[in-house]
Design a protein around this ligand. Structure first.
Ligand SMILES: [Zn+2]
Length: 272
């Protein structure tokens, strides 16, 4: 609980920086066009508790999901309106069984290497049809780790990734903050949790609590209305997401270690 409170303070601090920046400049440098915002709402993304921002050549949505305009135009409506279970995207990784190679450049710290190996170990321990393997060359690799820009890190972004491609490949880039140890004092398990979370997006997981991010992020309950979404129910997952259950796909982290819980394992096994 103490850690959660600490992290909420961090979040508040981060948004304080963000909004004070707006005040000074009058124009929000990270704001997005209103038609994009409306499209995100139609796709069921929470634009209230965590406003999307401009990021690289597209938008960062729900804190860590990178979507380009092309991604947005290819995302269709889901099979049901969101309620409360775990959800996946329409597009999943295909050509199973399959091993996804992962590359981390040597510029990352030893703790980050330990963390990515731990994240991979967690997935592989579930005996899924998708496996991960870390390789030491970036040639032809499935997922490449890189570092966020310092400007992105200053906005409080911890990591980013995206959803599987229309051709059934995992999303290929995970960007990580380089200050998880120095600023946030995260352990290897805490960093591994964030990496496993970003890998979860890469293979099609949406946030466990995306229907109400206040569960993990605090703040106001988001009411998205009756939008149809690019999100599909994963059968067998519980009817309520709770912070106590500590799903690895909760939208906001408190920096703690979130191993796969029982419902997470059900979801992983169902998809893969
Ligand atoms: Zn996420």
């Amino acid at each position: 609980m103490k850690k959660t409170l600490t992290f909420f303070l961090l979040l508040l601090f981060a948004s304080g920086v963000f909004y004070s920046c707006q005040d000074k400049q009058d124009v929000d440098p990270y704001s997005i066009p209103s038609d994009v915002r409306n499209q995100l709402i139609r796709l069921g993304f929470d634009v209230v508790n965590h406003p999307p921002i401009s990021f690289d050549d597209g938008y960062l949505v729900e804190g860590d999901i990178y979507l380009t305009p092309a991604d947005l135009s290819s995302m269709g409506a889901g099979k049901r309106v969101p309620t409360v279970e775990q959800y996946s995207t329409n597009q999943l990784v295909t050509a199973l069984p399959r091993t996804v190679t992962v590359y981390m450049p040597t510029t990352f710290s030893a703790a980050n290497f330990s963390a990515v190996d731990e994240a991979i170990r967690r997935y592989n321990a579930e005996n899924l049809l998708i496996k991960f393997s870390r390789v030491t060359s970036s040639t032809g690799v499935g997922i490449v780790f890189s570092r966020l820009t310092k400007s992105q890190e200053r906005q409080g972004i911890l990591g980013s990734s995206g959803f599987p491609t229309s051709s059934g490949d995992p999303y290929g880039v995970i960007k990580m903050s380089g200050v998880l140890e120095s600023t946030y004092h995260l352990t290897v398990d805490g960093i591994a949790t964030i990496m496993a979370h970003e890998m979860g997006h890469c293979i099609g997981f949406r946030h466990t609590d995306y229907y109400d991010r206040s569960i993990s992020c605090g703040g106001a309950t988001s009411n998205e209305g009756a939008s149809t979404v690019g999100a599909n129910l994963i059968p067998g997952t519980p009817s309520t997401a709770t912070l106590a259950a500590q799903s690895w796909m909760l939208a906001c982290t408190d920096g703690s270690n979130r191993y796969f819980n029982t419902a997470d394992k059900t979801a992983l096994t169902y998809l893969y």
